[in-house]
Design a protein. Structure first.
Lengths: 233, 233
């Protein structure tokens, strides 16, 4: 039984990596659809959401089986429960990719508003956060997970800046209001993806340190470049 | 051991009811802060988010202990895993109450834009969805849960209508753009709360019918007023 359990854990990891890659790719492609005003690509992403939903159900079922049949305890139990949450977070990230693709589709039908600068940068940081959070989970790398938590501030700043610029634009050119709203929606969806990546990173720290970092993210460790011990809440 | 387990399950239900009430109350109060331009109330809601975060941690720990010590299987296992997801969803609902309170705070600092009609109605429907989803979970009432799934369409319609009206307003009076954006943000946050209530309702149907309704919500049962059997996916 023990060997079987180890194999099932490995299969679970592999499936979460696949799902994470798919979610990441969906976000990247949705942003490309927006920037290149590619309505076909946007429609394709919307249609492909079924795949990530199917992955969530499959992984969820595997986790329930693992819990019921193997009755794991301690570290294994915490790892599997973290996998369950991450499975849910990745499915939500897929939904945000669909939201971005829907905004891209609407946006492609109107006039472009202005050269984007911060939005591609925000997409890049978000993508890196998502990748690093999954990576940190698979390798139980809590230093990498803590770096993800810190990146979330960058995203919040970028989102604020993008929204402020778009509000100024709407004020100057009311005819562009709907187009600007599409872009605000994209920015907010990227912010949510970054939040969900942060949730994943928090799970990693939680499993690694058996410490709830979740609602204490602002209490950063004294040195952020290396592993720091948890502060008791 | 068995009696102990039953008691712990009851305690888990009680705590989820408490957390659900608190989340519901936070949403209702955040909307009141918006409508009555009550900045003090908004600040109070923001400050109280700590409480719901603490509840999430406490319930999460209790669930891990239940799984580790009692090693439940079958229906009990599914119920407990659903409780874990619902715990997470309720904490997110608390975050949306904070977002609404933040918008209320900003909004209270400027000019009111126009008499609200659809926003209070949307808040009311959302509140009922949240309450009914928790109720359905506690009483394993999948007919009530299915009714929640159907209400989500009302919310989507209201959100679309509110956003369209506010876009028209921004176009007519660009000076009100930021105030209108605050209201769009509130509408989106209510929509997310309704989504999360829908997630809770999906869990209930899942536990009750051991059938994944999640990504098939559009396949509504033929009769919506009574319990209908699941359609195989």
């Amino acid at each position: 039984m023990q060997r079987h359990f180890v194999e099932e854990l490995e299969a679970l990891k592999t499936n979460l990596i696949k799902m994470g890659s798919f979610a990441e790719e969906s976000i990247v492609r949705a942003i490309r659809a927006l920037l290149e005003r590619d309505a076909d690509l946007a429609r394709e992403i919307i249609a492909q959401d079924e795949r990530i939903n199917a992955m969530e159900i499959e992984i969820g079922d595997a986790i329930v089986d693992l819990l019921a049949l193997q009755q794991p305890v301690a570290t294994d139990l915490r790892f599997i429960l973290a996998a369950l949450k991450i499975n849910n977070d990745l499915e939500r990230i897929g939904d945000h990719a669909v939201n971005i693709a829907e905004s891209a589709l609407k946006y492609a039908g109107g006039e472009p508003v202005k050269p984007f600068v911060d939005l591609p940068r925000m997409a890049q940081v978000t993508k890196a956060m998502l990748r690093d959070s999954i990576d940190a989970f698979i390798h139980a790398d809590s230093a990498k997970a803590r770096a993800v938590l810190i990146s979330d501030d960058t995203i919040d700043d970028l989102n604020r800046k993008i929204v402020a610029e778009l509000v100024a634009l709407m004020r100057a050119e009311p005819v562009l209001i709907e187009q600007a709203l599409d872009l605000i929606r994209v920015s907010r969806n990227l912010e949510r993806v970054a939040d969900l990546s942060t949730n994943i990173a928090e799970e990693v720290v939680f499993v690694a340190e058996a410490h709830v970092v979740k609602h204490h993210a602002e209490e950063k460790p004294p040195s952020q470049s290396r592993e720091a011990g948890p502060n008791p809440a």
